[in-house]
Design a protein around this ligand. Structure first.
Ligand SMILES: Nc1nc2c(c(=O)[nH]1)N[C@H]1C(S)=C(S)[C@@H](COP(=O)(O)OP(=O)(O)OC[C@H]3O[C@@H](n4cnc5c(=O)[nH]c(N)nc54)[C@H](O)[C@@H]3O)O[C@H]1N2
Ligand SMILES: Nc1nc2c(c(=O)[nH]1)N[C@H]1C(S)=C(S)[C@@H](COP(=O)(O)OP(=O)(O)OC[C@H]3O[C@@H](n4cnc5c(=O)[nH]c(N)nc54)[C@H](O)[C@@H]3O)O[C@H]1N2
Ligand SMILES: [Mo]
Length: 676
């Protein structure tokens, strides 16, 4: 008689979401017999307030779904065909470690490229034992530039990454500018605060080429052309100075470079900026007047505006606004961008190894590097990332992955598009199957969460697998932190306030930064630059930007490719994570006027193309875009389009003015109907 497994009751356990999102939700997970039944929000993180996004509610399907990788496998078919044979961990790791050791012994550590990015915001799953392994092998270093590189450069240069307005403090603002961010999908917990502020009489302004959900509720929407935020912000700065609204005394006490900024903004009249941006001059002037006259005034600056050739300067100009107009010093006044830096926690301290002095590879150029690096890259190790789906110049990435003399290892919980091109696929746990220490980059919370179920199948957590690879390649040293607890302790111990954080985490599963959860800028927190001042024209940025800081580089326009393609976030996936659950075809959105000019009707099959590649899908004709702009979302998988190329095939691998960032929203394309 078959033995019947004991049936236990469903249990509710606490966790925390470490996925790449500002909100860092605290979770309430229902589990039974090693399975996740449901994922919901808890109130441990006050910002979560008991609810979470629709996509993470589907996480049980991700954990236990058909795309889950449950055992190690090696390729048996042609590259990219997704044909594999099951092997043991021992065999898989033996092969990978053997090749690593061989390359390192031959003095070819720089033939190894570790590639990781946004799979987890947790401190334990990146830069710990993985950094130990790759540093000691002398592997290439990766510049993690695919996101936030230009905005980080700007925020570091101007403010040393000062902590921003707390999400919940937006209720106190009288004017809120939502600039290049779409929180209705990309960080939903700020939205109730924005709507509450509006109810209390605040004005809401949205600066976005698309008519997003918030733009539809806004008092003013500025639907500028992508990449033109810089002139728009400079024209507001110019007017604030010229009209006598500048906070001269504040600037004298707290800023350098205000005269230089004033000079650089001087030629940007509302008319000139409006002409470049394709909007009404009166709209920009309206925004400038409201901003100057309102207090508290808040800017929620996002990442949509950084992803073009002017992106770094654009973010710098937007961040300069509260300084110039004197909006700091009150609750609900100032700005929020990323708050990731406030923790001053560095996972690398747990690696116990300095970064090597090897060559640094800009991850936006990985396609090119795979095809042309000298010496050639022989071993690509992908974890916490899905580069075929998320990097620019997808065709180059694909051709790189097809190289017969490249050993590609993909370590992921699911069979991603990239994994299908791997030689060795390793099964990773999801965050519900491992311990994690994570923080938000919006919400001011640090959380430690224990695994809520055992690893699914043979999957293993990152820190364990990299520690094992350290041993197998002979680079491990005795006594180094390896377990999740030891790594977390090592990371916390390196921080002066770490002991207090450790205590708080032990007691309440939540820790706040030293200044607490709701800082006021220029009351509780100050610029973290060396002299604690705002640097409006920092020299380093001025030197780096090809046209100087705040120097605008116009799109010369192209008769062949007249449409600007945007690819921001949607509410279906987080970057490409969870994309295995979005099986239906995804359309490109196009304005009725652009569609009519091309003979395209709603639902038609179309070809989107430029010199970088092409993608095929259906058209959705909608007025939620301005004419001249089309939209095909970020994070698509090959099954979402016809033929497998996604919008990233159309994204150039040109770089932003600051930080070597990606130009996802600087793609120019043409679209034509497919008539078959
Ligand atoms: N649901 C969901 N949430 C996510 C993510 C996700 O993929 N899905 N991704 C996470 C990650 S990795 C990040 S970095 C954040 C990103 O979060 P957001 O800052 O919201 O970034 P995007 O979605 O890239 O773009 C935001 C908006 O910028 C607009 N935009 C595009 N180009 C320009 C421009 O030139 N100027 C201006 N002013 N606006 C422009 C787009 O139309 C879009 O509405 O969200 C995180 N949260
Ligand atoms: N066209 C276009 N492309 C974009 C953008 C855009 O705006 N437009 N935005 C960019 C942005 S903002 C970002 S941040 C990047 C993100 O790009 P990526 O870093 O590639 O992020 P994801 O697509 O989320 O892939 C993360 C992978 O990590 C895996 N993972 C999750 N947890 C773990 C773990 O614990 N261990 C291991 N080994 N793996 C794990 C997930 O299953 C997933 O496959 O994409 C960029 N790509
Ligand atoms: Mo991102």
């Amino acid at each position: 008689m078959a033995r019947v497994a004991p049936v236990t009751e469903p249990r509710r356990v606490a966790s925390a979401c470490p996925l790449d999102c500002p909100d860092a939700c605290s979770l309430d997970v229902t589990v039974q017999d090693g399975r996740v039944l449901a994922v919901g929000g808890s109130r441990v993180n006050p910002v979560t307030d008991g609810y979470i996004c629709a996509k993470v509610r589907r996480f049980p399907e991700h954990v236990h779904g058909a795309a889950r990788v449950t055992f190690p496998q090696v390729r048996i078919g042609p590259k990219g065909a997704g044909e594999f044979r099951r092997v043991s961990w021992d065999e898989a790791l033996g092969r990978v470690a053997g090749e690593m050791r061989r390359l390192a012994d031959a003095g070819e550590g720089e033939a190894i490229l570790p590639l990781s990015y946004g799979g987890s915001n947790g401190y334990l799953s990146q830069d710990t034992t993985d950094a130990r392994l790759f540093s000691r092998l002398g592997a290439l270093r990766l510049a993690r530039t695919v996101c936030a590189a230009p905005s980080t450069s700007a925020a570091v240069g101007l403010y040393g990454k000062m902590a921003g307005i707390a999400l919940s403090d937006y209720v106190f603002s009288r004017l809120i500018i939502v600039w290049g961010v779409n929180p209705s999908v990309s960080g939903i917990h700020i939205v109730p605060y924005l709507l509450e502020a509006q109810k209390r009489g605040a004005r809401l302004v949205v600066v976005d080429p698309r008519r997003t959900r918030l733009a539809q509720r806004a008092d003013l929407h500025i639907p500028l052309m992508p990449g033109t935020d810089l002139p728009v912000a400079l024209s507001i700065i110019r007017w604030i100075f010229e009209s006598g609204h500048a906070a001269e005394a504040f600037l004298r006490d707290h800023a350098t470079g205000s005269e230089e900024l004033r000079r650089r903004a001087a030629s940007w009249t509302f008319e000139r900026a409006a002409d470049v941006a394709g909007v009404a001059p009166g709209a920009i002037e309206q925004l400038a007047r409201w901003y100057a006259e309102s207090s508290p005034a808040a800017i929620r600056c996002g990442w949509g505006l950084e992803r073009n050739r002017n992106g770094g300067s654009a973010v710098a100009a937007v961040l300069a606004l509260p300084a110039v107009a004197g909006k700091f010093g009150v609750r609900g006044g100032g700005y929020t961008l990323s708050n990731s830096a406030v923790w001053e926690l560095d996972a690398r301290t747990a690696a116990r190894t300095p970064a090597p002095a090897t060559r640094e590879v800009n991850m936006n150029l990985v396609g090119r590097e795979l095809l042309a690096a000298q010496p050639p890259i022989r071993l690509l190790f992908v974890y916490n990332a899905n580069p075929l789906a998320t990097l620019p110049n997808q065709e180059a990435v694909r051709r790189g992955l097809l190289r017969e003399d490249l050993l590609t290892v993909v370590f992921d919980p699911v069979m991603t598009d990239t994994a299908r091109y791997a030689d060795v696929v390793l099964p990773a746990t999801t965050f519900l199957e491992r311990d994690e220490l994570s923080r938000g980059y919006g919400a001011y919370v640090l959380q430690e969460a224990a695994a809520v179920i055992p690893p699914v199948g043979e999957s293993r957590p990152n820190h364990e697998v990299f520690a094992e690879l350290c041993r197998r390649t002979g680079v491990a040293a005795p006594g180094e932190p390896e377990s999740a607890r030891d790594l977390a302790d090592a990371i916390l111990a390196a921080h002066p306030g770490g002991a207090a954080m450790r205590r708080d985490l032990a007691e309440g599963a939540l820790a706040y930064p030293g200044f607490g959860p709701v800082p006021i800028q220029f009351v509780d927190v100050f610029p973290r630059t060396a002299d604690r001042k705002i640097h409006l024209v920092p020299e380093a940025l001025d030197r780096e930007a090809p046209a100087g800081l705040y120097g605008y580089r116009a799109d010369p326009g192209s008769a062949r490719f007249p449409l600007a393609l945007l690819s921001p976030a949607t509410d279906r996936t987080i970057s490409s994570t969870l994309g295995e659950l979005v099986l239906e075809p995804v359309p490109v959105e196009i304005h009725p006027r652009d569609a009519a000019e091309r003979g395209i009707a709603d639902g038609d099959r179309v070809r989107i193309f430029n010199d970088w590649g092409e993608a095929r899908c259906r058209a959705r004709v909608t007025e939620h875009l301005r004419p001249g702009v089309v939209f095909l979302s970020k994070g698509l998988w090959s099954h979402n389009t016809e033929g497998g190329a996604t919008g990233n095939a159309l994204v150039p691998d040109t770089l932003t003015d600051l930080g070597g960032g990606a130009c996802f929203n600087d793609s120019r394309v043409e679209i034509e109907p497919i008539r078959t």
